[in-house]
Design a protein. Structure first.
Length: 455
């Protein structure tokens, strides 16, 4: 499906329901232990624990790449239109019927907390044309997409183009005063310890707090100043839209959402809210965008994302390059360790190695540190550099730790003689130190990835 004769390909769609974590006994045990430690030391309230136990909401993530080079495409407009069973656009709330994001410099995009249902996905770029596809989100699903676009030449007459940002276009089209706060503006207020509702009343004109927490458990009432609010008929709380999802209880969200999680807040007054969000928003709307909903980043507490997703990479992991680099770095480290430590330590047997050092306590300790640590540190740094991709990188210290697990006992076994060892101990030690150590570092680099994206 495409426009203007342009070709597009949608490949590698991964649907990974969260129940797959239960099929991995070790991972499930680790998750239970982490949850128990968090409850023991963090003191999380019962309401927060119950919220964490709920199934994660659907989420769509993906990457738009060039079909020829595999590199990410920056600035592609990704739009999701909610459609009903008959194929027509949903006539409900505009903030939920249409979701628009742009790809970052690496071509990544993310739509988080999207409601269940059918969507029309459209990807548009000036140099690549338009791509369209139908998606269906079911309960608990997390979909990963990789969209490859083919570039085609477009002849344009010489023109002078004045580009405006998306926010500028929205502000001009709105035609009303802007009431918007960013995280930088909220940061000084966040340090005082007040909640989001009280912060908005302080910083946004036209908003006020009617009541405070005079009773235990009482929520702060935030509302727009209007003739209706002056009548005193209860709390006229505005509608709260959090990351394109309308909240069922606005006051609970405004009183419990941490200010540090907020990227921006926009207050839409009652007169404008009815046009943008429907008649049920007659008391105004507060639109909140959080960091988790706006950025594509791997967080340690993100549900359903326990391992790195390789489907968004342009190329698979370079096993051959990483193994060759690890082997060379390990050999160099062993040679350096032997050259430095041979002045202080004996290598003609395990007993002599530990009982007949000649450089004093400090010198002997330093010699052993170089002998055992030099290969692992070199391998960790080298593999971390060789295994880096356009989107991610491994952890050098984890690579070094994995190498040390094999290298250190391997060196000890390689020093054994016939008197203090067993049959084949020296051969086993040499294999561990020269082969298993670099292989373990490469495996750790492949498994323990972190996303390395410039937003």
């Amino acid at each position: 499906m495409g426009g203007g004769g342009r070709r597009a390909d949608l490949a590698d769609r991964l649907v990974a329901p969260t129940r797959q974590a239960a099929r991995r006994p070790k991972l499930a045990l680790a998750l239970r232990l982490a949850a128990g430690l968090g409850l023991a030391f963090g003191g999380a309230p019962a309401a927060e624990v119950a919220a964490r136990e709920q199934p994660p909401p659907p989420r769509i993530s993906g990457r738009v790449v060039d079909a020829a080079t595999g590199e990410g495409i920056e600035g592609a407009a990704v739009e999701l239109f909610r459609v009903d069973a008959g194929g027509d656009s949903t006539s409900g709330n505009a903030g939920q019927a249409r979701i628009e994001v742009e790809t970052n410099p690496s071509g990544l995009f993310l739509v988080e907390r999207a409601p269940d249902g059918s969507y029309e996905l459209t990807v548009a770029h000036l140099a690549y044309g338009t791509f369209g596809e139908r998606l269906v989100l079911a309960d608990g699903q997390r979909i990963t997409l990789r969209i490859a676009l083919s570039q085609s030449a477009i002849a344009l007459s010489p023109v002078v183009v004045e580009a405006a940002t998306r926010q500028t276009r929205l502000d001009r089209a709105r035609g009303s005063a802007l009431r918007r706060l960013t995280n930088e503006e909220l940061a000084p207020v966040a340090r005082t310890g007040i909640d989001l509702a009280a912060a908005l009343a302080q910083l946004l004109p036209g908003m006020r707090v009617r009541s405070g927490r005079s009773q235990p458990g009482e929520l702060v009432c935030l509302e727009f100043r209007s003739p209706f609010s002056l009548s005193g008929n209860g709390c006229l709380a505005p509608v709260v839209v959090l990351d394109n999802v309308r909240q069922a209880n606005a006051l609970v969200t405004l009183n419990t959402l941490p200010i540090t999680d907020v990227r921006s807040v926009e207050a839409v007054p009652p007169g404008e809210a009815g046009v943008r969000y429907g008649t049920d928003s007659r008391f105004g709307v507060v639109v909140i965008e959080t960091f988790s909903g706006a950025d594509f980043r791997d967080r340690a507490d993100a549900p359903g994302r326990k391992t790195y997703d390789w489907s968004l990479e342009s190329r698979p992991y370079g096993w051959g390059r990483a193994l060759a680099t690890a082997a060379a770095a390990n050999a160099a480290g062993l040679l350096v360790g032997y050259a430095v430590s041979s002045r202080c330590l004996a290598f003609d047997g395990l007993t002599n190695h530990f009982s007949k050092p000649t450089c004093g306590s400090a010198g002997n300790a330093g010699a052993r540190l170089v002998l055992y640590a030099a290969p692992s540190i070199g391998v960790g740094l080298a593999v971390g550099r060789a295994g880096r991709t356009s989107l991610s990188s491994g952890s050098a210290w984890k690579n070094a730790a994995a190498s040390a697990i094999m290298s250190a006992p391997g060196v000890v076994l390689a020093l054994t003689s016939e008197e203090d060892g067993f049959a084949g101990s020296r051969a086993i030690g040499l294999v561990m130190a020269a082969v298993a150590a670099p292989a373990a570092a490469v495996l750790a680099d492949r498994l323990f990835r972190r996303r390395d994206v410039v937003h």
